[in-house]
Design a protein around this ligand. Structure first.
Ligand code: E4P
Length: 218
């Protein structure tokens, strides 16, 4: 499963990219607002930090407006993935953009039927929002299973990008189901490393090693 990070904070992206585990980045208008930076400046900086897809979202809601904004955003870098909302105009734009060779991430997906439409529109990625579904007492991960089944039934190549991830269990469940990508807030990505027995075991090994008085290398 690929890991994208869900943020527009370049300091956090740089730290994660240095680990060699980052496959891409997703942004949205709220994340750009939180970063407090110019969209073009910050998106360009992000595209220089990672080789993989960097999702940049259109804010127009009509087809022509989306296409105009997509053309502008696509010029930022070759790894830009245009993010469009799951609406009739959004999917029309998705079809036109992917037909032209542009990567597209269809966002704000909350049902299996919406995911089916996005795949038919040629989406490169579908972003089902699991956390927001859980927030309203639905089962976000059940949606991921449904989409996996539907895409496998028909051989759709659209990648399932699990979004609105709230914790490490979402990541594990996404991987068990066979989602293609999880876009994860930085704190959740760091939390994936953590296990108390790892910390305890390392502490014990280092204490025993110190008792030997040895060194590896000079
Ligand atoms: C990513 O592409 C989505 O915009 C993001 O994961 C939404 O997450 P949220 O529900 O925490 O805002």
């Amino acid at each position: 499963m690929k890991f994208f990070v869900d943020t527009a904070e370049t300091r956090e992206i740089r730290e994660l990219a240095e680990l060699g585990l980052l496959d891409g980045v997703t942004t949205n208008p709220s994340l750009i607002m939180k970063a407090g930076r110019d969209i073009f400046e910050v998106t360009k900086e992000i595209c220089d930090l990672v080789d993989g897809p960097v999702s940049a979202e259109v804010t127009a809601t009509d087809f022509d407006g989306m296409m105009k904004e997509a053309a502008i955003l696509a010029k930022i870098a070759s790894n830009i993935c245009i993010k469009v909302p799951l609406t009739p105009d959004g999917l029309k734009a998705c079809k036109a953009l992917t037909d032209g060779g542009q990567m597209v991430n269809v966002t704000l997906c909350f049902s299996a039927n919406q995911a089916l439409l996005a795949a038919k529109a040629g989406a490169s990625f579908i972003s089902p929002f699991v956390g927001r579904l859980d927030d309203i007492s639905n089962d976000g991960m059940e949606l991921i299973s449904e989409i996996r089944t539907i895409y496998d039934n028909y051989g759709f190549e659209t990648e399932i990008l699990v979004a609105s991830v709230r914790g490490v269990n979402h990541v594990k469940q996404a991987a068990l189901i066979g989602a293609d990508v999880a876009t994860v807030p930085p704190a959740v990505l760091w939390a994936l490393f953590k296990h108390p027995l790892t910390d305890k075991g390392l502490e014990a090994f280092l204490a025993d090693w110190a008792k030997t008085g040895q060194k590896i290398g000079a």
